[in-house]
Write a protein that binds this ligand. Structure first.
Ligand SMILES: *Cc1c(COP(=O)(O)O)cnc(C)c1O
Length: 341
């Protein structure tokens, strides 16, 4: 099976499993798991921040960040494609009692001017703008990414207007292998950063929330109340340490494969258009008369599975469990795919 549904489908490699089995563990609710402590210190250092918090998922790290940065009746500002708005079950309202100001950006990316226009004036009858969330890379935006030059004016604005700036960096490293920018520079731009270990980095479970010591102290309380305080989770943190050491640079392979398949799809009859391919995600629209359901069914009969991203749109995500042989099979099968309209 060639599984292009998401980069979350990766399974731990033998080497990663060995690292997990060898982990030293303790009770992390008491702060006594040495492997988790090491992972948190390493992540904080990478981004030039004081502290970090290991959590079960990227949804939890984002939700804790929103909760910690806001008060009920506040408002967060983000692109309308954002994961925090689209795919976290409306948690910003449920967990934090806040509203959202949505910006229609370009492929999931927003500008300082757009943020400025979304900031509310200080009236009793308006929610209080207090947080901006950027996503890098942008999932629903087709894997588009920001450069630091694009983020800097947003950071400057947030500082002037006293808004917090959080990065949903679930796939941040897919962007950094393209831009060659450093994690230190990214750390300098944001108050807080969330990264996922269980996407392209290949760990089975886990995300990290990174920020100041006082922020993380409060975030720990929210992690506990959300039920995210785990005990001997150092076995999972060991997978994260292995992933950060071994699986970051190779993300360039996934990005290149996505670009190669994007270029191939451009020339195929059953494809109407391909969204710009910037990292490891390819989103493409089907020729008139075809449905995502129908084309996915045909692909499935050739052993290729992927997800619909709309009635006539399909998404492919490339990751470390795709081999060169699978790439060859994928190319052959796409070239010969000739769906009947
Ligand atoms: C996957 C993802 C998350 C977190 O998802 P979990 O499945 O909860 O770990 C957050 N933001 C973006 C952009 C993502 O793609």
């Amino acid at each position: 099976m060639i599984n292009l549904i998401s980069d979350t489908v990766t399974k731990p490699s033998k080497e990663m499993l060995q690292a997990m089995m060898a982990a030293e563990v303790g009770d992390d609710v008491f702060g006594e798991d040495p492997t988790i402590n090491l992972l948190q210190e390493k992540a904080a250092d990478m981004f030039g921040k004081e502290a970090a918090l290991f959590c079960p998922s990227g949804t939890m790290t984002n939700q804790i960040a929103i909760k910690t940065h806001t008060q009920p009746l506040d408002e967060m500002i983000c692109d309308h494609y954002s994961h925090v708005y689209q795919y976290e079950t409306g948690g910003f309202a449920f967990n934090s009692g806040i509203s959202v100001a949505l910006i229609k950006g370009t492929n999931g990316k927003i500008t300082a001017d757009q943020v400025e226009a979304a900031i509310k004036q200080d009236y009793d009858w308006l929610p209080k703008s207090s947080l901006v969330v950027l996503e890098n890379t942008c999932n629903k935006g087709g894997g588009s990414y920001y450069t630091l030059d694009e983020i800097a004016p947003i950071k400057k604005l947030c500082k002037e207007k006293e808004l917090k700036l959080h990065l949903d960096g679930a796939r941040l490293f897919n962007a950094l292998v393209e831009t060659k920018e450093s994690t230190q520079e990214v750390g300098n731009m944001f108050d807080t950063i969330s990264i996922c270990l269980s996407k392209g980095l290949g760990a089975p479970v886990g995300s990290l929330l990174i920020g100041s010591a006082s922020f993380i102290k409060q975030a720990r309380r929210f992690r506990k109340v959300m039920g995210g305080g785990m005990r001997q989770a150092g076995y999972l943190a060991a997978a994260g340490l292995y992933a950060l050491k071994n699986n970051v640079e190779r993300l360039k392979i996934d990005n290149n494969r996505a670009k190669r398949i994007g270029a191939l799809l451009e020339g195929l009859k059953f494809v109407k258009s391909v969204e710009p391919v910037k990292s490891n995600i390819v989103i493409f629209n089907l020729a008139d008369g075809l449905t995502a359901e129908g084309v996915l069914e045909l692909l499935k009969s050739e052993g290729i599975i992927a997800s619909a991203f709309g009635p006539t749109t399909i998404r492919f995500v490339f990751h470390l469990d795709i081999s060169e042989k699978m790439m060859e099979d994928l190319v052959i099968n796409l070239e010969k795919l000739n769906p009947v309209v």
